[in-house]
Design a protein around this ligand. Structure first.
Ligand code: SAM
Length: 227
């Protein structure tokens, strides 16, 4: 049922959790988590009425309505205190949208949440910044390729005092840097080539944007050091 990307997200979920999958669309993830007994209860949150009602039908068809609640709503607004949700998944959206959803969450909505599992399609550094600035420590990361797109999955736990990350860690992922898998190396080799080309082209431009060139050169240095 799950794609390679969603399977990697699934693998990050701890046993026996009460999970909310925000922007669940088809609700594949909650269905699998409940069917396999990984989660004891799940909310599938969705802002769009179409996917939400389709998911509701599917959940009923699978006979899982007791354990999966499909709810219409914006971001974490679908979570109430009584749900005792300890794990929130937000997958398959841009980093800006994920950061925005998390920023709009209230203290009450996040109060029981111990673990966030986030899978931005792009803009991963934004997500890592939000985590560190909001008392979450990154405890695991994964990187997978599916249909010529590379996806990163970031798991973070609530902590009292999160340690900050270096600019290279925000960019490339502290755990991914340590794991240094083939997919990771291929992604950054590709990025390195495009940054080098971009710096070369910018150097020839009529109006040189030195700040941008400096950032790119810093990225090039980090990537070369890490690969
Ligand atoms: N999470 C699934 C996955 O990873 O395969 C579905 C990803 S789908 C591309 C993104 C979904 O997020 C869409 O169904 C969209 O309607 C929903 N979405 C976007 N903004 C949202 C928000 N603020 N609150 C809840 N859902 C949202």
């Amino acid at each position: 049922l799950l794609s390679k990307r969603l399977q990697a997200v699934y693998q990050m979920v701890d046993n026996n959790v009460r999970v909310a999958d925000i922007g669940s669309d088809h609700a594949y993830l909650p269905v699998e988590l409940i069917e396999q007994g990984v989660a004891s209860y799940a909310i599938a949150g969705e802002v769009a009425p179409g996917p939400m009602s389709r998911s509701k039908e599917d959940v009923e068809k699978f006979g899982l309505s007791e354990k999966i609640d499909v709810r219409l709503g914006d971001g974490l607004a679908v979570i109430t205190d009584n749900d005792a949700i300890d794990t929130v998944v937000i997958a398959g959206m841009g980093g800006i949208l994920i950061q925005n959803i998390l920023t709009r969450a209230t203290t009450e909505q996040l109060q029981n949440v111990k673990t966030l599992i986030l899978q931005p399609n792009i803009g991963e550094p934004l997500v890592r910044h939000w985590l560190v600035e909001n008392n979450f420590a990154i405890v695991d990361e994964d990187i997978v390729e599916e249909d010529h797109h590379v996806y990163e999955i970031i798991k973070a736990n609530k902590v009292e005092n999160p340690v900050s990350l270096t600019e290279a860690q925000f960019l490339m992922g502290p755990i991914l840097i340590d794991k240094k898998t083939k997919t990771f190396v291929a992604k950054w080799q590709h990025k390195l080539n495009s940054y080098q080309k971009a710096v070369e082209n910018m150097g020839h431009a009529k109006k040189v944007d030195q700040d941008k060139i400096d950032v790119m050169n810093r990225y090039i240095k980090y990537i070369e050091e890490i690969l």
